[in-house]
Design a protein around this ligand. Structure first.
Ligand SMILES: [Zn+2]
Length: 466
């Protein structure tokens, strides 16, 4: 096959390259334009350096035989919290943490920043705050709150990738939850736009007060957010979809496996419904969560091991479409670590940078191949966030977002290994398999490994959707 190169061509070549549709890596060469950052050609063979003297040494990258070349991850559920709660996270620290874990695109949630992304003016405030700070590409979700239906089309035109709403209190007053009477005008506005409506799918259906005595016990928190909250919410979404069949709806951070039959039914009926779950629901289980440790608190909660196994099965059979982090940090005081008050603590788990290692560690035990992992975390999350034309695959015409992955490396999660701002995570002390060796964004090196990290590098992320 003819190979066309020039002085601006970058070459990534190796024996273990993950190509679209493959479950396992194979010999291949990826040619990238250093001018556009796009993949120009992919060849299913490893090239020999001496046959291409016109290519500069710093444009030729050999992937070692014990490493894989993978597409960068697209994390479609991240709270970067800037501006307004920049002490919780921020564009600089959050996207650096992402890059260290092989994530090359993050899609920022509309809440926990102040202002929230519920109007075009607020989106512009957020974009202004993000400029020159992003190590990965960043896209934005908008938000649906009571009364902002007049902003939604304008936000679509301004480039948001879809909209998030809450069916239960969000935890921050500037992002109130919606009732069905709030939702209908929003769904009317969005139904023919091709956009997507994301639901935090829990409704508080408690008819009697719960026994919530000891706020430091994990079981107290688990009892306060039963699976029925999710099941009821998802049933209501399925009902709404009958009224709005053209509008894609998406369930964020599914935890309750008992909602899977409702989801299967909605999908079988042809509803445009997609579903994500998170690394923590697949890698942790309530039976091993110690009491007095609010780092493990998130909403909906991490449930028991049988629930976790059912989520894995639902991913493998396609009921659940994709896996995201829901990275949702806060400052230490709000995590109530001193008194272990799980009920009073902020709910949110910090994961950015660890996701691929977490999932790979679990996947290896289950013989799930790396190709399947990247479909869940890159290809399908890119489609979900309306980025399928440029992200999520190693293919001609796509952005050269690439990672070099060492599948056999092992490391212990320590505070020092975390790149996000507040070093609080339930994963501290775990031994994980697989580590990102280098991360490239549109052909630019943005992370150069566990020891050198970001030394001498510059942020090159762009804001997508402009
Ligand atoms: Zn979230």
């Amino acid at each position: 096959m003819a190979i066309t190169v020039d002085a601006h061509t970058q070459v990534y070549t190796g024996n273990n390259v993950l190509l679209p549709g493959s479950q396992v890596p194979q010999p291949a060469t990826v040619l990238v334009s250093a001018k556009t950052g796009k993949i120009i050609e992919v060849h299913a063979e490893r090239l020999v350096r001496t046959n291409f003297p016109e290519i500069a040494d710093d444009h030729w990258l050999e992937v070692d035989d014990d490493k894989y070349l993978l597409p960068g991850l697209v994390d479609a559920h991240v709270h970067l919290n800037e501006p307004g709660r920049t002490d919780w996270e921020g564009f600089w620290t959050g996207t650096r943490a992402a890059a260290s874990g092989g994530v090359t695109t993050v899609v920022d949630m509309p809440l926990n920043s102040i202002p929230p992304t519920t109007s075009v003016d607020n989106l512009e405030v957020k974009r202004h705050a993000a400029r020159s700070q992003c190590w990965t590409d960043v896209a934005f979700w908008g938000g649906v709150i009571p009364g902002n239906q007049g902003e939604l089309i304008k936000l679509v035109d301004a480039g948001v990738k879809g909209f998030k709403c809450f069916m239960i209190e969000s935890g921050v007053e500037e992002f109130p939850c919606v009732s069905e009477s709030d939702l209908r005008p929003a769904m009317d506005a969005l139904k023919d736009t091709g956009s997507v409506l994301l639901f935090h799918a829990e409704v508080d259906n408690h008819s009697a007060p719960l026994n919530l005595e000891d706020p430091t016990r994990y079981s107290t928190f688990l009892n306060s957010r039963p699976e029925a909250f999710e099941v009821d919410a998802i049933s209501r979404i399925a009902d709404l979809q009958r009224e709005y069949p053209t509008l894609r709806c998406h369930i964020v951070h599914l935890s309750a496996a008992s909602a899977l039959p409702t989801i299967r039914g909605a999908k079988a009926a042809g509803h445009k419904l997609t579903v994500e779950t998170c690394f923590h629901y697949l890698c942790l289980a309530s039976g091993t969560i110690p009491d007095g440790r609010p780092e493990f608190k998130c909403c909906p909660p991490i449930r028991d091991n049988a629930n976790r196994e059912a989520l894995w099965a639902a991913l493998l059979d396609g009921t659940i479409d994709c896996v995201v982090s829901d990275h949702s940090p806060c400052v230490a005081e709000l995590k109530k670590l001193d008194d272990g008050d799980i009920m009073g603590a902020w709910g949110g788990i910090s994961t950015l940078g660890l996701g691929l290692s977490l999932l790979w560690t679990e996947a290896r035990k289950r013989n799930v191949p790396i190709g399947t992992i990247l479909q869940w975390t890159s290809q399908k999350t890119a489609s979900h966030a309306d980025l399928a034309d440029r992200k999520g695959k190693i293919a001609a015409g796509y952005d050269a977002d690439l990672i070099i992955w060492d599948p056999d490396a092992e490391y212990i999660v320590t505070k020092g290994s975390l790149r996000f701002k507040n070093k609080l995570t339930p994963y501290e002390g775990l031994v994980l398999s697989g580590r990102v060796d280098r991360t490239f964004l549109r052909g630019n090196l943005i992370y150069k490994g566990f020891f050198d990290k970001f030394e001498g590098l510059e942020p090159s992320g762009v804001l997508l959707g402009l």
